[in-house]
Design a protein around this ligand. Structure first.
Ligand code: NAP
Length: 244
């Protein structure tokens, strides 16, 4: 049965690949974005042209009023959100000593507070229906830690704690909460890394490759599917063997 799926940060990268994956499966897809209106609208239009249901919705996930407005707009267009993919995220490479208080706060506002606000906005509908599903994007760095990415690693580790605690709390209401912690995926997020660093990451990966957005999106789609009906509070890490 078609579900209303909100994917935050779906204008590009893993979120855009997930939007395609859910739309192709027949779901109604809300494509959230922050600034790249053209990309988000272009993706939604591309999906509609293929006969799928998709609309774009602007909101900064770190701002409560914007998140509430977005959920209302989605409800008006598609009905209440049934699957929430908390994918919007930012990363930054900096030595620990150079991370400012502002850097730290923004990292947690987008990557952690954004999830909290979206999950809270979805909650009343989930509880009413005694059904729902949340998939949060962490990172392999949230599991292992990355040098020169202390604030990113800490935020992504927080996502795992958030996932496990919420899964325990919402399990009795038949709401599943899981987490995807990808290894290195070829998206704009890694555009700042040098070719040399990317090559090194490939070499450190047993499967000898970095991942594609589609491979990460497949893990998200699986956790949101009926095939994962008895899976909650788990971390699935598509990473080519980078971290086992
Ligand atoms: P990306 O290509 O940099 O895209 C980021 C997306 O997040 C964009 O759609 C962007 O919107 C949106 N976004 C950023 N800040 C936002 C905000 N405040 N409110 C709403 N949307 C916001 O990222 P990606 O590589 O696809 O990563 C997606 C998720 O996977 C992130 O949570 C990331 O941490 C995680 N992840 C990525 C990798 C990797 O190697 N790429 C590995 C592990 C985990 P605009 O386009 O409008 O700016």
């Amino acid at each position: 049965m078609a579900r209303t799926v909100l994917i935050t940060g779906a204008s590009r990268g893993i979120g855009a690949a997930a939007a395609r994956r859910f739309a192709e499966a027949g779901d109604r897809v809300a494509v959230n974005y922050l600034r790249r209106k053209e990309k988000a609208e272009g993706l939604a239009a591309e999906l509609r042209k293929k006969g799928f249901q998709a609309e774009s919705f602007q909101a900064d996930v770190s701002k409560e009023a914007e998140v509430c407005r977005m959920f209302e707009e989605i409800r008006g267009a598609f009905g209440p959100v049934e699957v929430l993919v908390n994918n919007a995220g930012i990363a930054e490479q900096k030595p620990f000593a150079d991370i400012t208080e502002q850097d730290w706060e923004r990292m947690f506002q987008v990557n952690v507070k954004g999830m909290y606000l979206c999950a809270r906005a979805a909650l009343s509908g989930f509880l009413q229906r005694q059904a729902g599903c949340i998939v949060n994007l962490s990172s392999v760095w949230g599991l292992t830690g990355a040098s020169c990415e202390v604030h990113y690693s800490a935020a992504k580790a927080a996502v795992i704690g958030f996932t496990k605690a919420l899964a325990k709390e919402l399990g009795p209401s038949q709401v599943r909460v899981n987490c995807v912690a990808p290894g290195v995926i070829e998206t704009d997020m890694n555009a700042a890394l040098s070719a040399e660093t990317m090559e090194q990451l490939r070499e450190e990966t047993p499967m000898g490759a970095v991942g594609t957005p589609e491979q990460a999106a497949d893990a998200v789609f699986f956790l949101a599917s009926e095939r994962a009906a008895f899976i909650t509070g788990q971390v699935l890490s598509p990473n080519g063997g980078f971290w086992i």
